[in-house]
Design a protein around this ligand. Structure first.
Ligand code: GLN
Ligand code: ZN
Length: 754
């Protein structure tokens, strides 16, 4: 029986790859130095895996920016605008596709980036041109294999499979992507030929699209496509992950495979049933260790589950993480600030590899002392007072019996709020954050490192609030914000103030390219020891007669951007967050804050991969949002904000949120996203974004006016708000001021014209 790994974090224990990439882009290190760094990291990763006891090490999983983009280069899928005059394809080509520019070569618009299935990793979308051809082009993937072979690593190359690759791309000319498959398969055939020449024994092809509920034409194409491949001596392991694939088993069992990897964690798949369905002569790779979370695995329990299967399947059972370890932090040993209890509950990538070796040993020898011992902290966690708070559990149980609706209908509230606020037609506002200047970040660092004390820091934050209020008065906005100067990040800020959530020091996970995130870790029942935002909102409101919006991050988003606990459902975690946020909403209202915004940018992201599971998710996600604000008075106006989201297929749920006002990103799509609201006859008020906050360009008055006019063609002007697409924290004050002045001017002119 072998242990193997589907992929290892490429970013490095201390984000070495991030540093090297950014230094290269800045021209601070040479390409040679960058290449050397990559080579060092790969060796380090192979060493970590081998020493941990992994038999077959993932190779070819390293990528400079993204593995989908690396596959594009391998296959010669390079947008025309990124091709060099002499048609050479190199590292700079790759960076130009990813970022629009590189130290060398002509800048051109970057390719789109989008979420990798339901993870927080983003990949670069392959662009298929009208006459797209495929041809082995970039050699880096093969070089990694040779490099590993030379280093004596027991290498199992890993590559994105042809169907998933095609599925994830977009055809620029709108042609049916499946028409490209025959040619693409020829190129995969060349890959098999080369791997045969290299003497590779196993190839792992990833087809994560199999966890979706695929259209029939894709399923048929997959079945037919794999039949055509001539593998030679190379054995083929098809890897599926992020969801159960039981629904595809009849199809899968007919493929010419040597092994199938299944994710047993995502949907709690039944290993015994899978074992029965998968042909006896195939390897069944059991993805038993969660590759997307930070929890220590209950090896004693896994032993019990796997033992009967191992008895029957013997060496044709392999052990693996559920998916690539790309989605979890690298090494728990770096954590020195977490207490020992917490440490005993976690396992990062390196520790997960060690878990596989321990489990294998237990299965092979039936010696259970090591796995029993390993599982002791998990049993301790099940009893820990830090995890379980009976008061929270009671409150959640009580919440579930209550209606999440506000006591008055939207029509009644809207009337009351109109009388109360007396806002003009097309009220103007912003989404929350104002520029996070270098000064603000320095001050935050100073308080963290003890250079200044917390009362000094609070004074400084107050000054930033004063400045934000004064700017908004000058600009002439209608509804103000305090500016979020006190927030490092919209989730981390709340995570630090809530009980039941902890933070690692080095728990970074790649989000895209050199960008990493360090998600909070939800370890126990969540509660709010004290108000989190009230002092800032109250102070801001004291400086102006205009309404200042209170600003909160919603339960679905806090959950979505954290590592959740694995011992209760996502729904229950979300409801615990609702309770904490509902208390905050009450305190804000009591402090005289009459408009409260609850941001849910991750609302759509939380959708399950299988559409048949959407309804269940939407039901609890909507409820979790509504419980935050179901108890406020009619005149308290609840806003929510969502960005970079399609609304067509979830508009019923969006309407069910029943926020008095929803602000959304729309400017880049030319108000296209508003159509969903128009066709649904969405009843509440909407603020479609009128300019893209990702660009430093200042939108003109006439540009903004034409966008608002377009919006007014879809939604009656009486229900329209005017605001930027999203928060302004990444912008400078100069462009922010100019853009908002134009926005306000556009509204003033339109008020008399409409
Ligand atoms: N209120 C947040 C801000 O303005 C919203 C951020 C977001 O939507 N991602 O920064
Ligand atoms: Zn946003």
């Amino acid at each position: 029986m072998l242990t193997h790994n589907l992929g290892f974090p490429r970013i490095g224990r201390k984000r070495e790859l991030k540093r090297a990439l950014e230094a290269y882009w800045q021209g601070e290190i040479s390409q040679q130095q960058l290449l050397q760094k990559g080579s060092d990291l790969r060796r380090q990763n192979w060493k970590i895996q081998t020493e941990a006891g992994i038999d077959l090490v993932a190779v070819g999983d390293f990528a400079w920016y993204d593995h989908v983009l690396a596959t594009s280069l391998l296959l010669g899928v390079i947008p025309e605008r990124h091709r060099a005059d002499n048609d050479t394809v190199d590292l700079n080509t790759l960076f130009r596709i990813a970022r629009g520019r590189a130290p060398k070569g002509k800048p051109a618009a970057a390719s789109d980036m989008t979420k990798w299935f339901n993870t927080n990793y983003h990949y670069i979308v392959p662009e298929f041109s009208e006459n797209q051809t495929f041809e082995l082009t970039d050699n880096f993937w093969f070089e990694q294999i040779s490099e590993a072979q030379q280093a004596g690593v027991n290498a199992k190359p890993v590559l994105l499979g042809p169907l998933s690759y095609l599925y994830l791309g977009k055809s620029v000319a709108g042609q049916d992507k499946l028409t490209l498959l025959p040619q693409l398969l020829k190129t995969y055939q060349h890959i098999f030929d080369k791997l045969n020449a290299l003497g590779v024994s196993w190839l792992q092809l990833d087809e994560p699209l199999l966890a979706l509920e695929l259209e029939d034409n894709w399923l048929q194409a997959l079945a037919a496509g794999y039949q055509q491949l001539n593998k030679g001596k190379v054995k083929l392991l098809l890897a599926t992950y992020f969801g159960d694939v039981s629904h595809q088993l009849p199809l899968l069992a007919g493929l010419p495979l040597d092994g199938l990897h299944v994710d047993l964690v995502a949907d709690n798949s039944d290993i015994a049933a899978l074992h029965k369905a998968v042909p006896d002569n195939w390897v069944l790779s059991a993805g038993v260790i969660n590759g997307r979370n930070v929890w220590r695995s209950d090896l004693a329990a896994l032993y019990q589950q796997l033992q009967p299967v191992y008895q029957q399947r013997g060496d044709k059972l392999w052990l693996a993480p559920s998916c690539s370890l790309l989605h979890c932090p690298v090494d728990l040993e770096l954590e020195t600030a977490l207490d020992s209890e917490c440490l005993s509950w976690f396992a990062f990538a390196k520790q997960k590899c060690q878990e596989l070796a321990l489990l294998k040993h237990a299965l092979q020898t039936n010696e259970l002392s090591a796995v029993d011992q390993y599982s002791v902290p998990i049993q301790a966690r099940a009893q820990s007072a830090r995890v379980h708070n009976p008061t929270v559990l009671q409150a959640v149980a009580a919440l579930k019996t209550r209606s999440a609706d506000r006591s008055a209908s939207f029509t009644v509230r809207q009337q009351a709020q109109r009388q109360h606020f007396k806002l003009p037609l097309l009220p103007t506002t912003t989404i929350g954050s104002f520029p996070q200047t270098a000064e603000i970040r320095q001050q935050r660092l100073a308080v963290k490192t003890g250079k200044i004390d917390s009362s000094q820091y609070q004074q400084q934050i107050k000054q930033h609030i004063q400045l934000a209020i004064a700017e908004q008065e000058q600009i002439g906005l209608d509804v103000f914000v305090h500016g979020e100067a006190e927030r490092n990040d919209m989730v981390e800020y709340f995570g630090e103030l809530l009980d039941g959530i902890v933070f690692s020091q080095f728990g970074w996970v790649q989000s895209y390219g050199s960008r990493c995130v360090k998600p909070p870790i939800i370890i126990g029942d969540i509660s709010r020891p004290q108000p989190m935002t009230v002092q800032w909102s109250r102070y801001a409101q004291s400086l102006t007669s205009k309404p200042v919006k209170g600003m909160l991050t919603g339960p679905v988003t806090i959950l979505g951007w954290s590592f959740p606990r694995d011992d209760i459902s996502r729904q229950d975690i979300a409801l615990q967050l609702s309770l904490a946020l509902a208390a905050e909403v009450q305190d804000l209202q009591a402090a005289g804050i009459e408009i409260i915004q609850i941001d849910e940018p991750a609302f759509r992201e939380g959708l399950p991969l299988k559409q048949s599971q959407w309804q269940a998710y939407l039901q609890w996600a909507v409820a979790a949002f509504k419980y935050c604000c179901s108890d406020v008075s009619h005149t308290t106006q609840i806003h929510t904000h969502m960005c970079y989201s399609e609304f067509n297929d979830i508009i019923v749920a969006i309407a069910a949120l029943d926020a008095d006002v929803i602000t959304i990103e729309t400017s880049r799509s030319n108000m296209e996203l508003l159509s969903a609201f128009e066709h649904f006859a969405y009843p509440n008020e909407i603020g479609p974004g009128v300019y893209d906050i990702h660009s430093p360009n200042v939108p003109t008055v006439s540009w903004i006016k034409q966008l608002i006019k377009q919006a007014a063609g879809k939604i009656p002007a009486e229900r329209l708000w005017v605001n930027p697409d999203c928060g302004l924290k990444t912008r400078g004050w100069n462009e922010t001021r100019s853009a908002l002045l134009n926005m306000v001017k556009a509204c003033k002119e339109l008020r008399s014209e409409l």
